[in-house]
Design a protein around this ligand. Structure first.
Ligand SMILES: NC(=O)c1ccc[n+]([C@@H]2O[C@H](COP(=O)([O-])OP(=O)(O)OC[C@H]3O[C@@H](n4cnc5c(N)ncnc54)[C@H](OP(=O)(O)O)[C@@H]3O)[C@@H](O)[C@H]2O)c1
Length: 342
């Protein structure tokens, strides 16, 4: 089978590098274009990007020439967007209008009612909104987005609890520094410290889960009817967001029933290449999950949950730059291919 041509927009950045890592030996996708700002365009990728990952930069990609983020310069069927949000707003629409499929990691288009905000294990039926999006906007291509890195962890854990009638969710996050990008948080500000503010984060975390767990009514995606109240904090952890969750549910399930629901959760995706065997891993030890020990579960794609107590209270954690960013977009694109949408 010929591979699908894939491009990365924002290829030199922190998330762009994770895209390259995840796509460089992917069984379905082949990296054919690396795009970034005019500062990088025209340079070899190895000269334009300051590679920050623990894995080696793939050699053949290092020799590729970076192009501008412009549909006429990018050779691909699907583009993965890791652009800053303000750029993404304009650029992603241009690519979709030019016939590209855009799998976006940026916030700009997440809450538009005809643009799916996807977690494949939660809402694959929202892909039906793509046709409406193309009709509404006159695009040959389309945009599919993935959630904020904090949203994705606990929303996946809420999915199997929906049957109990979720009424409200409270969340306190402890977010890794990598979520702010390499230059994001100065080491002098975060070492030995906690910063109880992440600009714009609580607003995203308080609105995205309801859209993901909502329904497509044939015209638009209608958000589920529960409230989320969030307090987000930056902590001196390299990778892995940890979240303390409180969920109030109509049926008032016991901790054992919640544990059972997590254990039995099987989204039935049908073997996508980067899909974790178990999207939710239940840790029964009293002091798990922990970012250092659990962030790489399922190659960084599984969410670990533990400390399930009456209330219902529990802890959940996952890898913010894999499941919370590039890995989420790649899984979305795999689902699109499985559904014949690429
Ligand atoms: N870091 C995370 O864990 C995380 C998690 C979830 C979502 N996100 C989202 O993902 C996106 C990327 O984040 P990041 O941390 O990877 O950012 P980053 O490290 O600053 O990288 C930004 C990328 O966009 C390119 N770029 C910047 N301005 C541009 C412009 N005007 N025109 C074209 N390209 C431009 C940069 O190219 P140059 O190198 O040429 O400047 C670079 O490739 C953001 O929307 C962010 O909110 C990040």
């Amino acid at each position: 089978m010929a591979k699908i041509k894939a491009g990365v927009l924002g290829a030199t950045g922190a998330v762009g590098q994770r895209f390259i890592e995840g796509l460089s030996d992917h069984p379905w996708f082949e990296l054919t274009s690396l795009a970034a700002s005019s500062r990088s365009a025209g340079k070899k990728y190895c000269d334009a990007a300051r590679w920050r990952l623990e894995t080696e930069m793939p050699k053949d990609l290092g020799d590729m020439t970076v192009v501008n983020v412009d549909p006429s310069e990018v050779d691909a069927d699907v583009v993965f967007s890791a652009l800053p949000s303000d750029e993404a707003q304009r650029v992603e629409a241009e690519f979709a209008a030019a016939g590209f499929v855009v799998a976006s990691n940026a916030a700009a288009n997440r809450m538009k009612p005809d643009i799916p905000l996807m977690i494949p294990e939660c809402n694959k039926e929202h892909l039906d909104a793509i046709k409406k999006q193309q009709e509404n906007r006159g695009w040959d291509g389309y945009i599919v987005t993935n959630p904020n890195c904090t949203t994705i962890m606990f929303t996946l854990s809420l999915k199997p609890l929906m049957k109990f009638g979720i009424e409200s969710v409270h969340i306190a996050s402890m977010q890794a520094v990598s979520g702010a990008g390499y230059e994001g948080v100065p080491s002098m500000a975060i070492l030995g410290n906690i910063i109880p503010y992440i600009g714009g984060e609580e607003e995203k975390v308080e609105t995205e889960p309801q859209k993901i767990l909502g329904t497509f009514d044939g015209e638009k995606i209608v958000s589920a009817d529960f409230s989320v109240s969030a307090s987000c904090h930056r902590v001196p952890v390299m990778d892995g967001h940890t979240e303390a969750i409180w969920v109030t549910m109509r049926d008032d399930p016991s901790p054992a029933e919640v544990r059972e629901a997590f254990l039995k959760f099987d989204p039935g995706l049908g073997d996508l290449p980067t899909e974790p065997k178990k999207p939710l891993i239940v840790r029964d030890e009293p002091d798990r999950p922990q970012p250092r020990l659990d962030r790489n579960a399922g190659r960084g794609m599984a969410i670990s949950v533990g400390r399930i107590r009456s209330g219902i209270r529990y802890i959940c954690m996952g890898h913010n730059t894999v499941r919370g960013a590039a890995g989420a977009s790649i899984l979305n694109a795999e689902l699109l291919h499985q559904k014949g949408l690429l």
